[in-house]
Design a protein around this ligand. Structure first.
Ligand code: ACO
Ligand code: OAA
Length: 403
């Protein structure tokens, strides 16, 4: 027999004996913490009335249109956009930190090809933590330095890993190139047309920050125990990997490949919904009438498609639009950012398993801003659970003693 009761809350009277009923009224359960407000934040917010997203008060579409990703990173960390001198200093430091040392490069070659690139990234961040002599120093200055190091080095890891899986040697970073351009250079040895780089940079800006999403909350939980920044980021990468969160941008591409023919989109969707499948790249915990970031990302994707003039690209774009139309018509569920970013990354030439690591390269800014904020007014994050397991019961006598 089971009995539901809640763990004692601070200040509540504990039950006098283990068998005494602990609670008579059933507590309200918020599975998945849906709708629960757990803290304040100054970093970003979704404004439901206007379906918009702001970083430090600036609309993300304005930032995507007028500012570089490096400026957005600076804004998220420092609270204000940089002036030209601050930006120049920030860029110089980021560019100098991009190269990987020999031990990291060796570590990357030792990891099996069968592991997902998110596992590589998670392992690399953990390794950076083990190597960092400042590991135990949780001061603001130390954490800012670590955040910048991760921002600079993560693209080098992602690019080297993609090349290794293609049987190619890594290409080192180019300090003459901006963050987005340098990533293309390290992946492919060339930098594409500005329109493509711009689309990529827009995706980085849109992915950078989204309040208390699952991976950011994970980072805040780890930080709340006063653990170090690398541990928090390692855990956040694990949370982002899942297909209900960042892993959806890869799952979108697998799904489009599975459907194949744009004419099949409606029938495929009907079958998938009938078998209770989650349609990847659709739905959102916060947005119920469409993700505020999608129109900007979709416009950038449309520009990529129109410049390609390739039947294969046209097929994918038609399929993408047909599935979106079918899902909105049948279920009223709108696409999220992963839906348009996933196809955009494919059209840019990235391998599918690299899509979520690209998300990490961007979200590292938001995660580390939240780690700093959590530390600025820390409280251990430790919710309660309503127990519905066995009543306390005696341990049966052992048949024979284990030596
Ligand atoms: C950058 C990001 O992380 S954005 C999110 C990326 N993730 C995805 O794209 C994965 C697919 N989407 C989903 O699984 C969900 O929409 C989530 C996890 C993102 C949000 O989930 P929740 O807020 O918990 O919404 P919930 O699961 O309660 O959905 C409400 C209803 O809509 C349905 N629904 C929501 N999203 C989807 C979907 N993608 N496919 C099919 N049905 C869906 C649910 O089945 C549920 O139906 P029901 O009431 O009949 O049971
Ligand atoms: O906010 C969320 O739950 C997921 C999301 O869109 C993000 O992290 O960008």
């Amino acid at each position: 027999m089971t009995r539901a009761h809640t763990e004692p809350t601070p200040g509540a009277t504990a039950p006098s004996s283990a068998t005494a009923p602990s609670s008579v009224t059933a507590p309200e359960i918020h599975r998945g913490l849906a709708g629960v407000v757990v803290d304040t934040t100054e970093i970003s917010t979704v404004i439901q009335e206007t379906n918009s997203l702001t970083y430090r008060g600036y609309a993300v579409q304005d930032l995507a249109a007028h500012r570089s990703f490096e400026e957005v990173a600076y804004l998220l960390w420092h609270g204000e956009l940089p002036d030209p001198a601050q930006l120049a200093a920030f860029q110089a430091r980021e560019r100098a930190l991009r190269p990987l040392d020999r031990s990291t490069l060796e570590l990357l070659t030792r990891l099996p090809d069968t592991c997902h690139p998110m596992d590589v990234l998670r392992t690399a961040v953990s390794f950076f933590g083990a190597e960092d002599p400042l590991e135990d120093d949780g001061t603001l200055a130390a954490n800012r330095a670590k955040s910048l190091t991760l921002l600079a080095k993560l693209p080098t890891v992602v690019a080297a890993d993609q090349r290794r899986r293609r049987g190619l040697a890594p290409i080192g970073p180019d300090p003459e190139l901006g963050y987005a351009e340098n990533f293309f250079h390290m992946c492919f040895g060339t930098v594409p047309e500005p329109e493509v780089v711009r689309c990529f940079e827009i995706s980085l800006t849109l992915y950078a920050e989204h309040s208390f999403n699952a991976s950011t909350f994970t980072a805040r939980v780890v930080t709340s125990t006063l653990s170090d920044l690398y541990s928090a980021v390692t855990a956040a990468i694990g949370a982002l990997k899942g297909p209900l969160h960042g892993g959806a941008n890869e799952a979108v591409m697998h799904m489009l490949n599975e459907i194949g023919d744009p004419q099949r989109a409606g029938d495929w969707l009907d079958e998938a919904l009938a078998s209770k499948r989650k349609i990847m790249g659709f739905g959102h915990r916060v947005y119920k009438h469409g993700d505020s970031r999608v129109p900007i990302m979709q416009e950038a994707l449309d520009r990529l498609v129109s410049r390609a003039a390739d039947p294969e690209v046209t097929r994918l774009a038609t399929l993408h639009a047909a599935l979106r139309h079918a899902m909105v018509t049948r279920k009223g569920i709108h696409p999220n950012l992963d839906y348009s970013a996933g196809l955009a990354y494919h059209l840019m030439g990235f391998d599918i398993p690299v899509f979520t690591p690209i998300f990490v390269m961007s979200r590292i800014t938001g995660w580390t801003a939240h780690i700093t904020e959590q530390l600025s007014h820390n409280a251990l994050i430790r919710p309660l659970a309503s127990y519905d397991g066995h009543e306390q019961r005696p341990v049966p006598a052992a048949v024979s003693r284990v030596r």
